[in-house]
Design a protein around this ligand. Structure first.
Ligand SMILES: O=C(O)CCC(=O)C(=O)O
Ligand SMILES: [Fe+2]
Length: 347
């Protein structure tokens, strides 16, 4: 991880193991408990009364409590109570940037759902756990896509939208190659106004969210190790020209062949109509993550963004590649530079 700042709400935590009183390692993402909300109370021992009240409220929510203590607990684990785990180096307190008494909620997905400190931290942590959801109808089809909610928070979304408003705009640009269309037809396949994310500070904030919330999810879902991502662009599909991106794959030209996974991350929802994503090879379902959330999919999948019929849809896009693809891309950029082209212009 390139950024060493404390873990924040929304970050994914895929491994977390601490010893119990007997020295046996407890995997806080173990298969018997992952999939439930887990509340970690750090560095303090609640009174028996508070513990009883918290345990009852947690049970209602199907959640589990762990006490993370810094002193090795005396004697054998106490039967019946919450599991105590031992963190003498205060790795968790430091990693979360919390004082003693801090509370953390791990969501079923393994993300940090809540972080808090102070007298009310445990109650607030429990309060943050949503009621258990009904299963819904069984799904019989769907595209092999990964939907990740809450990758970007509202303040960062706002900064990205401001960057688009002030940025240098380019329209309808697509990579041209064997299966791609010629310039004459470009406007037909892609009607979108793009601005590259070329502001360093904003780029760094965006990159950190991808590293903590997207890259590890791709590893878990696909065992895909992202080595780099392409210059992100913020796009606007407007109803004024029925903004859309017709059915295409993302890796079918010499300059895009190194791409492995695409990310489409919505910056707004609700203030436009249309604009959903569809994967026609897999069925008629339409995909639309909430603002701040994204869809990740293989660049081999045929996909289209349906026309926006009212308002404007904003989203940010990038493509991930692995070490091999990154090497391919480096060669390509070097070639283009040797021919006097600018790297970013190839995309
Ligand atoms: O609008 C979208 O969500 C998809 C965009 C897309 O397919 C692309 O930029 O290649
Ligand atoms: Fe695409």
């Amino acid at each position: 991880m390139s950024n060493s700042a404390s873990l924040a709400q929304g970050d994914l935590l895929l491994s977390l193991t601490l010893p119990d009183a007997t020295g046996k390692n407890v995997d806080l993402h173990g298969q018997a408990i992952a999939g439930s909300h887990r509340v970690l109370l750090l560095g303090i021992e609640p009174t028996p009364e508070r513990l009883a009240a918290a345990t009852a409220r947690l049970a209602e929510r199907g959640a589990l409590l762990f006490l993370v203590v810094c002193q090795m607990p005396a004697g054998a684990p106490r039967p019946g109570g919450p599991q105590r785990v031992f963190d003498p180096a205060r790795r968790l307190l430091n990693g979360f940037g919390l004082p003693d008494g801090g509370a953390v909620v791990l969501t079923p997905r393994g993300r940090i759902g809540f972080l808090g400190a102070g007298e009310t931290a445990l109650d607030a942590a429990i309060e943050s756990i949503p009621p258990q959801q009904p299963a819904g109808a069984p799904r019989r089809q769907g595209a092999p896509v990964l939907i990740i909610p809450d990758v970007l928070e509202p303040a960062l979304i706002e900064s990205l939208l401001t960057h688009w408003r002030n940025g240098t705009k380019s329209q309808g640009r697509v990579a041209v190659g064997s299966e791609a269309v010629g310039t004459g037809a470009v406007a037909d396949i892609k009607r979108r106004t793009d601005v590259f994310l070329d502001d360093r500070a904003l780029y760094d904030r965006f990159q950190q969210r991808l590293e903590r919330r997207v890259v590890p999810e791709m590893w878990r879902a696909y065992r895909f190790r992202a080595a780099s991502f392409e210059a992100p662009r913020i796009g606007c599909y407007s109803a004024t020209d029925a903004g859309a991106f017709g059915a295409h794959r993302d890796n079918r030209t010499p300059t895009t062949a190194h791409r492995r996974f695409a990310m489409s991350l919505n910056l707004n929802t609700g203030d436009y109509e249309g604009g959903t994503l569809r994967f026609p090879e897999f069925g008629p379902e339409e995909y639309e993550p909430e603002a701040g959330g994204c869809v990740i999919f293989s660049c081999d999948l045929l996909h289209e963004a349906l026309p926006v019929t009212r308002g404007e849809r904003f989203a940010i896009f990038t493509f991930f590649t692995d070490a091999e693809g990154a090497e391919q891309e480096r060669r390509l950029i070097a070639q283009a530079m040797a021919q006097g082209k600018q790297g970013v212009d190839m995309r």
